[in-house]
Design a protein around this ligand. Structure first.
Ligand code: ADP
Ligand code: MG
Length: 348
């Protein structure tokens, strides 16, 4: 058990099967390490190997509210002990804070949605007045569309902010954000592994859901997939995106049930040389983010707006099967290379 291996630090088993399969296919040794709870003997040495963080900002929705603080403590110990942690302690802070993401993106010159950070409820209504309608709320510690709602009037927002339906954010921080009207009803997501662009996908948003996790285990019934293993926020019904377009909601490719188009489709027009991809690649490298899916909007007037950095990225089963599991394979190859670079017993 002490031989060097890849340690997968996570708290959601449902997201791991495609990654385990890719690691198995590559013949790499790995083990899972739960962030749901545990203990650390700080006087001991960590096990040998390369550690890969799959901490998720939405861990509290699975009853694992301490995962981010466990990760903070654990990764510091691992790093202080000289262990290689992919998406380590620095990346934790980006994963659990959209404010941190927007600040870093803006400082790097990206066009990000105008956003105000509101701690507690006190300033919500007055700060919301600074935004024209429609505007969006979302949780600073997000994922799965947590707290994402569209408001078409300040009166509606006031009622929400004062009322019992208000969704308390895990860290007490609600973001108010400019509503971005996409040119067409989809968002895009660019996947990066080990500094390399893997592929970009378009995600159909015409169904109005804000929960766009690509993992099969997160698919929601109204999108035509199998029953959800992720908890889907029920509160989004009042805030459905009303984007114009002719796309049909559906994710039938995963279920094989109907002929509706899949929600996730690879974008062949976005390649490694695309200016946004080049800039995002440099940005992620500067931030120490090694595995990520970056979501962005494209508007009618040509704005390219990154708005969500997922550092525990999941890959769409549809796109993966169409690309020979390019995402999961890239992760396995990258982690295998990192392991081989440190331990001569591991074949490169
Ligand atoms: N500013 C915005 N304007 C319009 N739609 C938005 C905006 N922010 C988020 N959305 C929609 O809500 C979804 C979830 O928001 P996101 O910021 O990605 O949060 P999460 O981390 O929960 O995925 C997005 O993929 C997009 O479809
Ligand atoms: Mg998102």
């Amino acid at each position: 058990m002490n031989s060097p291996r890849i340690h997968i630090l996570h708290e959601n088993d449902d997201w791991l099967p495609p990654l385990h399969a890719a690691l198995d296919a590559a013949g790499l040794p790995y083990t899972d390490w739960s962030l749901a709870g545990g203990s650390i003997d700080l006087t001991a040495q960590p096990p040998e190997g390369v550690f890969w963080s799959r901490l998720s900002a939405s861990s509290h929705t699975r009853g694992h509210g301490a995962a981010k603080d466990y990760a903070r403590a654990l990764y510091r110990w691992l790093e202080a002990s000289g262990r290689r942690v992919v998406n380590g302690s620095r990346v934790v802070e980006l994963e659990v804070s959209k404010a941190a993401q927007y600040a870093a993106l803006a400082a790097a010159g990206f066009d990000v949605p105008r956003t105000t950070v509101v701690v507690g409820r006190g300033d919500l209504k007055s700060r919301a007045r600074e935004f024209p309608t429609p505007f969006i709320t979302k949780h600073n510690q997000g994922g799965k569309g947590l707290g994402v709602r569209r408001f078409n009037s300040h009166a509606d927002f006031d009622a929400y902010a004062d009322g019992p339906d208000f969704e308390e954010p895990a860290d007490g921080i609600t973001l108010l954000q400019e509503f971005v009207e996409s040119a067409a009803p989809f968002i895009s997501r660019a996947e990066f592994v080990g500094g390399e662009f893997v592929y970009a996908v378009r995600v159909d948003t015409s169904g109005g859901s804000f929960e766009l996790c690509p993992a099969e285990a997160c698919a929601i019934p109204e999108q035509g997939f199998a029953p959800a293993a992720c908890e889907v926020p029920a509160q989004n019904d009042g805030g459905a995106l009303a984007l114009a377009g002719t796309f049909t909601a559906g994710g039938a490719a995963a279920a094989g049930a109907t002929s509706a188009p899949p929600l996730f489709v690879k974008r062949d027009d976005i390649t490694a040389g695309h200016p946004l991809i080049v800039r995002l690649g440099s940005f992620l490298a500067a931030q120490g983010v090694e595995v990520a899916g970056v979501e962005f909007f494209e508007t009618d007037d040509g704005r390219l707006i990154p708005y969500d950095i997922n550092t525990n990225t999941n890959y769409s089963p549809d796109v993966e099967s169409a690309t020979g599991n390019a995402g999961a394979t890239a992760v396995a190859t990258f982690l295998g290379r990192e392991l081989a670079a440190r331990y001569s017993t591991v074949p490169a």
